[in-house]
Design a protein around this ligand. Sequence first.
Ligand code: URA
Length: 233
Amino acid sequence: MERIDKIISSQGKYTRSEIKKLAAKGQILVDGKIIQKTDIKVDKNQVKITINAEELNIKEHLYLILNKPKGYVSATEDRKDKTVLDLVPEELYRDSLFPAGRLDKDTTGLMIITDDGELAHNILAPKKHIKKIYEVTLDIPVTEKMIEKFAEGIKLNDGECKSAILEITGENTCKVTITEGRYHQIKRMFGCCKAKVIELNRICMGNLFLPTDLTLGECRELTTKELELLQKR
Ligand code: URA
């Protein structure tokens, strides 16, 4: 059993003081009955809560997908830059959200935002071997030698990377599949090949590909099917 104001505020749309005011005005109904006090305790899995004639769809956790544009940092707050949380639509926003993993400020593409720490661990922990695919543009042509080096495992200053798959897609472009998520990993791996990454776009995590209709900067809830794909090796 949980306090009704806690249940409602956890869904992000209303603050506790707003909830108090709404209840005082008779605009909150629990199982069809108006409540005046917001400290009553209910079972959130059993009750129907209606606010302003709209039923509250209670969700324990939120799972969002964002097509990250350049210029946003992967953090919950930042003193000088805009964060990926600034791109979460107001109706989906809750204070507990955080980006599951990091993309550099100048990297674009698939980013998961959630308030579920367990899910974040499942997709980020190196032991889980969740694959991530990046589209890469380099300042120089991609070579067969790079394919070999990536497959062997590139040595970075913080240890050796696991074998990665590099697929040439154009003169200066390729796709890279990794199963880790080290700091600036792709840029540092190419740095070891004397190449500079000009554009970096993540297109896949697990078996979830960036939906082609999700435009840059767009953020929406994942479907149940997409959430399953995300956690697949
Ligand atoms: N590797 C990088 O170097 N940068 C990213 O943003 C993601 C992977």
